[in-house]
Design a protein around this ligand. Structure first.
Ligand code: PLP
Length: 487
């Protein structure tokens, strides 16, 4: 049936002619934004609800021209964004997302492949295998580690712990956990500095928050391996089943590094799954001078590294490496009739390794990033971030009014104002944080260490140079000075 009167806009997708007409508007938005990102306040100056109030309340009855939508993107959406690529975005873990990765993401959306099977997405399946082999080579991981791409570290870790749970041999995949007698509490151990995604994995997997034992860390926020060993032995005596240990290389609050070799030895002795959370710091394994932090990670059963945090790859892309990738398929492989292909069961497919069926073509952006920057380019950018963080730490520590709260292992500095004129340092530092962030000039975040409020400055944007670090030092000093004067 042909509808001769229907325009492409009525019946199909946007006509190529309209795309071509708007090409310079699209690339203009992209390049102007990145070239002038410094002109935006890092955190947008708006209140909750402002954006929604400025947008149409109901969907349009008739389709609208692309040019109009793009104009609204520039006028309304951009000013409501938090600018993660801004050179003075120093909160949480700063992102290193690149334009070249964004271009690849756009092409990946163009293809819109759902990578559950080799047949549905051969390019995605094969490029994922290749890029993860490239990445493990760059990270100096042994060849036996095979990787998979998920969206986030939270999901990567959840899959690793699901594989650990299945390896115990209780047949949980088949019989579940509820209503079973004779199933002991299945224990996961991690330091008291561990990321909350581990707690969430315990919730999701039905293990329960009570199953997660937080092992105290020392004065450098590093897990006490002796206390880990003690906790495992106590559990064994009381009938609890140890399941897995999560060691972190680069904790969220301070980037401290757990003693992976000592922990691996304990895991090997008790046959426990060792998961290494290197979500943030993982890419630094490429740097010779940081290599010592990674000693022992090759003894892990699984390792998570997030290129979307610190490897120039736009969100989202998290990599889970496994020493025995079959452990994952044993937990998750399940092939409904309509997904059977003639090459099964000889060929494993991405859907065998997790809860998702369809998967985005994420490896494309990692491949673009690794090709565009090359090993040298990646290494020099990571090194620059570390040097800038060290520079900030040196400069801020020179000031009598500030103290460093943790060693600077990678590109994060944890510090706080401590002037003798400050009566309540916790309250003062929280106020200082708000003063800095509401200025729009920079964004930093905070944590609590040993009961004390501390400020975190992370360097990770590709746009950050020394002048931006000088700027944040100036902002911090000025705000502190003003606040002290007012007390
Ligand atoms: N692990 C660590 C050490 C982190 O710092 C973070 C986030 O900052 C995560 C895991 C969770 O990462 P994602 O947002 O990819 O789930």
């Amino acid at each position: 049936m042909q509808d001769s009167k229907a325009s492409p806009h009525d019946s199909g997708d946007i006509p190529s002619e309209e795309i071509r007409k708007n090409a310079s508007l699209i690339t203009g938005i992209f390049t102007e934004y990145l070239d002038n990102i410094e002109n935006y306040p890092v955190l947008p100056k708006l209140n909750r609800g402002d954006l929604k109030a400025a947008l149409a309340e109901h969907p349009p009855e008739e389709g609208e021209p692309l040019a109009d939508i793009l104009k609204d993107f520039e006028k309304l959406i951009l000013p409501a964004a938090t600018h993660w690529n801004h050179p003075n975005f120093h909160g949480l873990f700063a992102t290193s997302g690149s334009a070249v990765g964004a271009i690849a993401d756009f092409l990946s959306s163009m293809l819109d492949m759902k990578g559950m099977l080799w047949r549905t997405a051969p390019a995605s399946v094969e490029l994922e295998e290749l890029t993860l082999d490239w990445l493990s080579e760059l990270l100096g991981l042994e060849e036996r580690f095979k990787g998979l791409i998920y969206d986030t570290a939270s999901i990567s870790t959840m899959h690793a712990l699901a594989a650990a749970r299945e390896r115990l041999g209780f047949g949980i995949r088949q019989s579940g956990m509820a209503g079973r007698s004779g199933l002991p509490l299945l224990r996961t151990y991690a330091s008291d500095q561990v990321h909350s995604s581990i707690d969430k994995s315990c919730i999701t997997l039905g293990l329960g928050l009570d199953s997660l034992k937080k092992i105290p860390s020392d004065e450098k926020f590093v897990m006490r391996a002796d206390l880990l060993n003690q906790a495992i032995e106590e559990d064994l005596r009381s009938g609890i089943q140890p399941m897995a240990v999560v060691a972190t290389i680069g904790t969220t609050s301070t980037t401290s590094v757990d003693p992976v070799n000592d922990i691996a030895q304990i895991c090997e002795r008790h046959k426990l799954w060792l998961h290494v959370d290197a979500a943030y710091a993982g890419p630094a394994a490429m740097l010779e001078e940081k290599r010592h932090f990674f000693s022992g990670w090759e003894r892990a059963d699984s390792i998570v590294v997030n290129p979307h945090k610190w490897l120039m790859t736009p969100f989202d892309l998290s990599v889970l490496y496994l020493r025995r990738i079959e452990a994952l398929s044993q937990a998750f492989s399940l092939v409904p009739e309509y997904l059977k292909t003639p090459d099964m069961p000889q060929t494993a497919n991405p859907m065998d390794y997790g809860i998702q069926l369809g998967r985005r073509f994420r490896s494309l952006k990692l491949w673009f990033v690794m090709r565009y920057f090359g090993k040298k380019g990646l290494v020099s950018r990571l090194r620059r971030h570390c040097r800038l963080a060290e520079y900030f730490a040196e400069e801020i520590a020179k000031e009598g009014d500030f103290e460093l709260m943790a060693p600077v292992n990678f590109a994060l500095v944890v510090f706080r104002a401590k002037s003798k004129d400050v009566v309540n340092p916790d309250e003062f530092n929280l106020r200082l944080l708000e003063e800095i962030n509401s200025s729009g000039e920079a964004f930093i975040s905070h944590t609590v260490l040993g009961g004390k409020v501390a400020l975190r400055l992370s360097v990770g944007s590709l746009h950050t140079r020394k002048e931006h670090i000088d700027k944040i030092i100036r902002v911090i000093k000025d705000k502190t000075g003003q606040m002290l004067k007012a007390t």
